[in-house]
Design a protein around this ligand. Structure first.
Ligand SMILES: Cc1cc2nc3c(=O)[nH]c(=O)nc-3n(C[C@H](O)[C@H](O)[C@H](O)COP(=O)(O)OP(=O)(O)OC[C@H]3O[C@@H](n4cnc5c(N)ncnc54)[C@H](O)[C@@H]3O)c2cc1C
Length: 575
């Protein structure tokens, strides 16, 4: 590998998976003379939130298997091969039966990521990179010192560390709104240890996807146990002391997430993504925008044609709207748990035969492929993406692991877990003394108000507005700005305004914009200031703050892809 001397100081803020992938990029970049500071508020690197006790207990598992995890320093299965017996016993890993197609306990995966970080530190030292790890250190603020070309990282007692480049990898955030004020109201299930309690009454859960399943698995374990049948299905036996315990998941139209099926590799290997140069060509030919229909054709229909020609024939002439309506109406026709069980069986077959379910895989690929072009959509297409396509994509890419499915089905059969269909206008308000009251219209359009002694919001990570950006020094000085995109047609914007869309506004320069959550970033994940200029000293991979322009739901493949774009920008500047 040829090396370029680049005597710069880098600050990586946060030490979770995003930081791990970023650090790996530096180690492999061929840039020598770097000094990298990594600031992590906890005492462990790599595991981040989902794979540490902040986000998991032993019952929680990843939704990707070893073969879908981008390579770091060592394959997961090889690492399992020499991991300590104590660790394997703790997570009930049978080494002889372990292969790269298995999902694993998240805490075990966290231990793997931590070990990968350590291995990378050795590799970094070998390539002449000096690394300083600041454990148990919260970065309290960041300030961009433009004249000096530095970014100042503020830690406790106003101590500051100036760096040439700062990369924000602060990851997940779960703000508390009523939690701690209203007994038995939880704004998220994290850390899940707080749900490890005995309960003798019904619990309301908002959501039915992976976050909700995390809550269900913990509560189920603390109030009963599972037994296994010969065919691997489970039964749930409720403890006598928890006689009144049950869980009601509330989801829009009573939808359940789709089940994890066999995937051969990470989405990165699918190829055919729109590259940067091509993106500019497409924009030049389309009035400055990348059309959503073009991405759909290219990253969904065309790969589908190759992989599942019969299915392609049935959907090829449908618009995005017609396709989504078609797929959603198939789901709506069936009871949520009936469909869940049917999908579980289909997915079992897919995993046993190592055969993917092509249309679902293509939809996941499409969601992934949307990352880069989303910033270049027109506001009209962004509205279509958010209103039409994302609801279907978010159901399909949930990838509920089989083990979780078996538990959910057993709980449902035991009458402990139910699914309640709620409408978009449904509302949850704090209960008089504890828990919450759920107000919604049911499927018969009858108004329901039901009190629960415990309530858990399990709708997953939200994208924050600029006002919630954690680093005041960047926010208040205008070094970061709120995300927005332009309308292609004035009439479409005026129609949105007439329909009461508060996010549409005239920008005062004769153009209409759609305001989005999160901050403005460019293709290299550099932040843009309030004047619209990019800053090559500050990069961001923290998904909750860039979700407006980056609608894919994070994940390890995102960490891999975003870090690649960042290192390219830094390496180009170094040459
Ligand atoms: C419950 C859950 C399960 C998931 N499971 C999967 C899965 O199975 N597969 C998959 O691909 N994706 C999964 N994801 C998606 C997930 O977003 C990524 O896999 C990954 O965790 C993202 O890493 P990150 O580093 O961006 O964020 P995080 O994991 O949140 O890590 C951020 C790190 O930054 C530190 N930090 C934050 N603020 C500061 C500060 N101010 N100063 C210093 N340090 C700070 C935190 O302590 C943390 O260690 C899951 C997400 C959740 C919420």
């Amino acid at each position: 590998m040829s090396t370029i001397t680049f005597r710069k100081t880098i600050g990586i803020i946060g030490g979770g998976p995003a930081a791990l992938f970023m650090y790996k990029r530096f180690v492999e970049s061929g840039l020598s003379g770097l000094h990298i500071h990594i600031f992590e508020k906890k005492g462990q690197l790599g595991a981040g939130m989902p794979y540490s006790t902040e986000g998991a207990r032993p019952e929680h598992i990843t939704n990707v298997s070893g073969n879908e995890i981008p390579f770091i320093q060592e394959e997961m299965k090889d690492w399992i091969g020499h991991a300590s017996t104590e660790l394997k016993d703790k997570y009930d890993i049978d080494q002889d039966n372990f292969n790269d197609y298995k999902v694993v306990p998240r805490l075990l995966f966290g231990a793997y990521l931590t070990q990968q970080f350590e291995a990378l530190q050795k590799a970094a030292a070998d390539t002449g990179i000096h690394t300083t790890i600041h454990f148990n250190t919260i970065v309290e603020d960041l300030k961009d010192e433009e004249p000096a070309g530095k970014v100042c990282i503020y830690i406790k007692d106003d101590a500051r560390i100036p760096v040439d480049i700062a990369i924000i990898c602060t990851g997940h955030q779960w703000p508390k709104i009523n939690e701690g004020k209203i007994p038995n109201w939880f704004d998220s299930p994290y850390p899940p240890q707080k749900l490890a309690v005995r309960i003798n009454y019904p619990v309301a859960i908002k959501g039915s996807a992976l976050t909700a399943i995390d809550a269900v698995r913990t509560l189920a374990r603390c109030n009963g146990h599972f037994t296994k049948n010969d065919d691997e299905t489970l039964n749930y036996i409720l403890d006598e002391e928890s006689e009144g315990f049950s869980m009601a998941m509330h989801s829009l139209d009573g939808m359940m997430p789709a089940v994890r099926f066999h995937l051969e590799d990470t989405h990165l290997s699918q190829g055919e993504m729109i590259g940067e140069e091509e993106g500019w060509e497409i924009k030049a030919a389309n009035e400055g925008f990348i059309p959503l229909d073009l991405i759909y054709e290219r990253n969904f229909l065309q790969p589908l044609k190759k992989q599942q020609p019969a299915f392609y024939e049935t959907v090829k002439d449908m618009s995005i709207e017609t396709f989504v309506n078609h797929m959603m109406s198939l789901r709506e026709k069936l009871d949520g748990f009936t469909l869940f069980e049917a999908e579980y069986k289909e997915a079992e077959k897919s995993i046993r035969r190592h055969e993917s379910v092509a249309w679902k895989e293509m939809l996941a690929t499409l969601s992934y492929a949307m990352n880069y072009p989303a910033k270049h959509l027109s506001a009209e297409d962004m509205l279509r993406l958010r209103k039409v396509l994302m609801p279907l994509i978010s159901i399909v890419i949930a990838f509920v692991p089989q083990r979780s499915c078996r538990e959910m089905l057993a709980l449902h059969k035991a009458g402990i877990l139910s699914l309640v269909a709620v409408d978009k206008a449904s509302e949850v308000v704090p209960g008089h003394r504890e828990g919450a009251v759920y107000h919604y219209f049911d499927e018969a359009n009858k108004k329901v108000s039901r009190s629960y002694k415990m309530y858990i919001n399990a709708t997953g990570q939200t994208t924050f507005m600029l006002k919630d950006f954690p680093f005041k020094g960047l926010r208040e000085k205008g070094s970061v700005s709120a995300a927005y995109i332009y309308f292609k047609n004035t009439e479409a914007a005026i129609k949105e305004i007439a329909e009461g869309n508060p996010q549409v506004q005239d920008n005062g320069a004769g153009k209409f914009i759609l305001n989005l959550p999160g901050i403005q970033i460019n293709d290299h994940f550099q932040v843009l200031n309030t004047a619209g200029a990019y800053n090559d000293r500050i990069y961001i991979m923290a998904v909750p703050h860039i979700g407006g322009l980056n609608p894919d739901y994070s994940g390890l493949d995102f960490c891999e892809a975003a870090s690649e774009r960042i290192i390219k920008a830094i390496s180009n500047a170094a040459q």
